[in-house]
Design a protein around this ligand. Structure first.
Ligand code: ZN
Length: 330
């Protein structure tokens, strides 16, 4: 049985030009439009955000890990975070911690750094410990009882981040993205991780990827892969006896044209991929189990890494390129 971790980064981005380098206007107190688009996925043709996703997953008997960014609530209002947490938990899914340190210049808390940096790895170990503690505090205050896992905003973690998680009693991290190493992600390991690895008492669950053409890695993100690429990678990982497969998407990944003066539009290609993925996972529950971080028994995670990465098939990648071309037209 392959553990498929559906991980959904849940966050808002202010509709303000130049943010976060340029601070938000002093008089900006409402984030209604951002929350409608980025969390609820409100479009001209219906809502395709969290309510839609959580319901569709539930109908298919699937579970997801929502990595919720909680710093925004200090600026946008704590009740917004509580609403998000309730929505996720009431549908049987799980809330985990995601942090975007871009928010820091907007907050006013002497316990955490006052200036934003793009990645959490740019902060000292003590600062990272304080930042993660702050995120946990906000999630607890909004109704999350236990937090088991973390993902850094933009995958921007390093080994200090793992240490900071340990200090905060979080034992699973999924910030390691092989497609972003030496860019955003600064978790340095002796060899490339394809499967979970124990690093300084933390289990690191790498984002899954496949090689789509020689020398190029494509991570398992809904908007970045065709359904057939994802399906093949899942089946290949299952056939190879892998322990886990981590898929990424966002709260706003099923809509497009966010942050403009008009209402966003549904992203029909991503919605169809999401439906196909749910259907595939639901009809193949003899092979795939949508796993939650709270359910993992660390004792049974294999310690060895696979030798070879997953590979896509040429015609599936060609299909994605055709889909992307089509997506520009509709
Ligand atoms: Zn994020």
């Amino acid at each position: 049985m392959l553990n498929v971790f559906l991980t959904i980064d849940t966050e808002i981005w202010p509709h303000a030009k130049g943010w976060p380098v340029k601070a938000l206007p002093i008089n900006k107190s409402s984030f209604t439009e951002e929350i409608a688009a980025d969390i609820y996925g409100t479009t001209t043709q219906g809502d395709f955000g969290l309510p839609f996703q959580t319901q569709l997953l539930k109908e298919h008997g699937l579970k997801a890990n929502y990595f919720v960014e909680p710093l925004f609530s200090e600026k946008a209002g704590a009740s917004n975070l509580t609403d998000i947490v309730n929505l996720i938990q009431n549908q049987g899914h799980e809330v985990q911690l995601h942090l975007h340190t871009e928010w820091l210049s907007e907050l006013n808390d002497p316990e955490i750094p006052a200036q934003f940096k793009e990645f959490i790895h740019q902060f000292s170990l003590d600062e990272q410990i304080a930042l993660i503690k702050k995120g946990i505090h906000n999630l607890h205050a909004s109704g999350v009882q236990n937090i088991h896992a973390f993902r850094a905003g933009s995958y921007g973690a390093n080994l200090d981040t793992l240490h900071a998680l340990l200090k905060n009693d979080i034992f699973y991290d999924t910030s390691y993205n092989p497609c972003y190493l030496e860019k955003n992600c600064d978790i340095r390991t002796n060899k490339l991780l394809l499967q979970p690895a124990e690093i300084d008492e933390i289990w690191e669950f790498p984002i899954s990827y496949f090689q789509d053409y020689p020398g190029h890695r494509r991570h398992a993100q809904l908007c970045a892969c065709s359904f057939y690429e994802l399906k093949t990678a899942l089946l290949d990982a299952w056939k190879a006896g892998w322990f886990s497969f981590v898929i990424v998407l966002h709260s706003f990944e099923l809509i497009k044209n966010r942050g403009t003066s008009q209402l966003p539009l549904p992203d029909k290609i991503s919605i169809e991929r999401f439906r196909l993925l749910c259907n595939f996972l639901s009809t193949n529950q003899d092979k795939f189990h949508t796993a939650l971080f709270s359910e993992i028994d660390a004792q049974v995670i294999p310690k060895e890494q696979p030798i070879s990465p997953l590979q896509s098939r040429f015609f599936h990648t060609a299909w994605r390129l055709a889909e992307q071309g089509l997506g520009k037209l509709i």
